[in-house]
Design a protein around this ligand. Structure first.
Ligand code: NAD
Ligand code: LMR
Length: 332
């Protein structure tokens, strides 16, 4: 029997991530090849004409799974009954700007949109915040939408996770699909800690630990970490625009694994509401290794954390606590 369509909200849909993301959703990359979708696209009035152009293109592309498109500048209409909300709307970082510079513009948007989601989305709506500062925007959204369960509000660090897989695949000259279980700890910012201590590569002789295969602790502790941390900035420098196709693809990965489950033996990184696991202060949206099953994520427990990792995990938690107070000062 054909499934009922799911409603997917994309905010900032006239922007560059939105333009890459909506066709991926309409092709089934987010919710599966047998799941019909209705896409709700929200943007602000100055972008209304461009948004309508995106709607025209979605119609023109004749996607079999696409059962409807709403293109609107009305946040209530956009949020109405949505099952999945991908929050991309906001102001992107430009060359030379730190993420903190975009904070004051973006946190007030997330405060306002929290109440629209709370009142009008489906009660079990799953929320993914992409717009920067992603962790802190998600936290503000959570705090101003108290009736949405904590577990339903997440932010995107899957792009960083995928970047880490990509760097290891290039270093070891193996296919990226054979690398798994890297971890992004903390903030989607240059303080994030990309950790390959538990990552493995699938070889003809079974799974091998990445640190053993790399055999160069210095690379993993310096160049690898710095490259992943700075990849967003490197793309802005090269494109004069922030990442879009990789961000959109990673957003699909995030929701797909959350809804449909992570493959057995694999974990992924998601920015989720911290419960104090690994000594990270509760009440932050912090990126952890998670597995997903039946639409629920759980933090992978019991991983051994060495002193080097501990320091890096705490440094990015500290930045998130500072961002949280800065966000509140911007809202006051
Ligand atoms: P963009 O400027 O191309 O698009 C943003 C869109 O949001 C614009 O169309 C704008 O009109 C719209 N917008 C602004 N205020 C809005 C509001 N109140 N409601 C709805 N829409 C609104 O930017 P982009 O390149 O698509 O990036 C979007 C965001 O994603 C940025 O904050 C960027 O920094 C962030 N980003 C995050 C990641 C990640 O991994 N978490 C990766 C890349 C980019
Ligand atoms: C990215 O990681 O590509 C984006 O978050 C852009 C940025 O502001 O770093």
């Amino acid at each position: 029997m054909a499934k009922n369509p799911l409603k997917v909200l994309v905010t900032g849909a006239a922007g560059q991530i939105g333009y890459a993301l909506v066709p991926m959703i309409a092709r089934g990359a987010m919710l599966g090849p047998d799941q019909p979708v209705i896409i709700h696209m929200l943007d602000i009035s100055p972008a209304a004409e461009a948004l309508n152009g995106v709607k025209m293109e979605l119609v023109d592309a004749s996607f079999p799974l696409l059962k409807g498109v709403v293109a609107t500048t009305d946040v209530v209409e956009a949020c109405n009954g949505v099952n999945i909300a991908v929050m991309v709307g906001g102001f992107p970082r430009k060359e030379g700007m730190e993420r903190k510079d975009v904070m004051s513009k973006n946190v007030s948007i997330y405060k306002a949109q929290a109440s629209a989601l709370e009142k009008h989305a489906a009660p079990d709506c799953k929320v993914l915040v992409v717009a920067n500062p992603a962790n802190t925007n998600a936290l503000i959204l959570k705090e101003f939408a108290p009736s949405i369960p904590d577990k339903n509000i997440t932010c995107l660090t899957r792009l960083d996770h995928n970047r880490a897989l990509g760097q290891i695949s290039e270093k070891l000259n193996v296919h990226v699909g054979d690398v798994k279980n890297v971890i992004i700890w903390g903030n989607h910012s240059s303080t994030q800690y990309p950790d390959a201590n538990h990552a493995t590569v699938n070889t003809v002789n079974g799974d091998k630990l990445v640190p053993d295969l790399v055999g160069d602790d210095k690379w993993l502790k310096t160049e690898f970490i710095a490259t992943v941390q700075q990849r967003g900035a490197a793309i802005i420098k090269a494109r004069k625009l922030s990442s879009a196709l990789s961000a959109a693809s990673s957003a699909c990965d995030h929701i797909r694994d959350w809804v449909l489950g992570t493959p057995k033996g694999n974990w992924v990184s998601m920015g989720v509401y911290s419960d104090g696991s690994y000594g990270i202060p509760a009440g932050l949206i912090y990126s952890f290794p998670v597995t997903c099953d039946k639409g629920e994520w759980s933090i992978v427990q019991g991983l051994k954390i060495d002193e080097f990792s501990r320091e890096k995990m705490d440094a990015t938690a500290k930045e998130l606590m500072e961002e949280k107070s800065l966000a509140y000062s911007c809202l006051n």
